[in-house]
Design a binder for this molecule. Structure first.
Ligand code: FBP
Length: 278
């Protein structure tokens, strides 16, 4: 039955998930670019008409719009932890706020949880994800891990781990941010797999070869790319998605790159063609 739920989120093995948890994570500033995006009915319309295979929400919206979400037929992915951007301590912590039981009551198809690997609170988040996986799987519910390496030891490169040494060498060669080096992202993806996630959501490493390492590290757990800030053009974003698919990712879980645009449905249509082939 977990397979059936996974198949709803990844029909034909591919996933195109719309993330709308940014209201808590970033605040209303994310809605300025396209003021309509403030309105949940607008988002649900994009998710439905755009043919998204999942919609990520915190419990507040999931509860307030329960009926509309269920009627839309778009699988709900309930985010079980979250935090605002206002508290800016170097080592982030995103506590669990909701349970698998809440997700079941809200009609969710899957649950999501963020781990900031490298934060001094990572042990707490690892434990919460492990507990969630145990409970979710005993209820036939898939788990998606948002695996984001983050914290002072990462950003200041002060981690004395061997992985950091490899990442620094990659950064010096490739010029990418340290938390987007293949060494660090593939480790984060691997942590998600080891803790039992069915899908991990990670940042792009910027190259097909680099992302292949991420996909290999996570296997057999599937990998989706996180969107990030809106790119200048649709084509730029589609190019990045094409690259991660070529590297073996099963799709994307994105928000701003869709609903901050003036014509989200146009990009959704192109994205669907690219990812799902329909
Ligand atoms: P975007 O596509 O808008 O980047 O959303 C993906 C996501 O993972 C959201 O689910 C989450 O709210 C946000 O990114 C977290 O962003 P940040 O990297 O700033 O913490």
């Amino acid at each position: 039955m977990i397979k059936e739920k996974l198949a709803q989120i990844m029909p034909n093995g591919r996933a195109m998930i719309l993330a709308y948890d940014q209201g808590l994570e970033h605040g209303p500033r994310d809605f300025k670019m396209n003021p309509e995006s403030r309105n949940f009915e607008y988002i649900l319309d994009i998710a439905t008409k755009g043919g998204f295979t999942g919609l990520v929400l915190h419990a507040g919206l999931a509860e307030k719009y329960h009926r509309q979400i269920m009627d839309s037929g778009v699988p709900l992915i309930l985010k079980l932890n979250g935090k605002s951007e206002l508290f800016t301590e170097d080592d982030p912590y995103s506590p669990q706020l909701y349970t698998v039981e809440d997700a079941i009551a809200l009609g969710a198809t899957a649950v999501g949880y963020t781990v900031y690997s490298g934060s001094s609170y990572e042990h707490e988040m690892n434990r919460q994800l492990a507990d969630i996986v145990r409970e979710a799987h005993s209820n036939d519910m898939p788990v998606i891990g948002w695996m984001y390496p983050r914290g002072r030891d990462i950003t200041e490169r002060t981690s004395t781990s061997k992985t950091m040494q490899i990442a620094i060498a990659e950064q010096e060669k490739g010029g990418m941010a340290i938390d987007e080096t293949p060494a660090i992202v593939s480790y984060a993806a691997r942590i998600g797999m080891e803790l039992g996630a069915d899908i991990v959501k990670v940042k792009n490493t910027g190259s097909i070869d680099g992302f292949k390492r991420v996909v290999e590290s996570a296997a057999p757990t599937k990998v989706v790319m996180s969107g990030g800030a809106m790119t200048n053009t649709d084509e730029e974003f589609l190019g990045t998605v094409g690259d991660v698919l070529a590297a073996g990712a099963i799709g994307v879980a994105v928000g701003r790159n869709i609903w901050q645009r003036q014509d989200p449905l146009l990009l959704a249509q192109k994205l669907r063609k690219l990812i799902l082939g329909t």
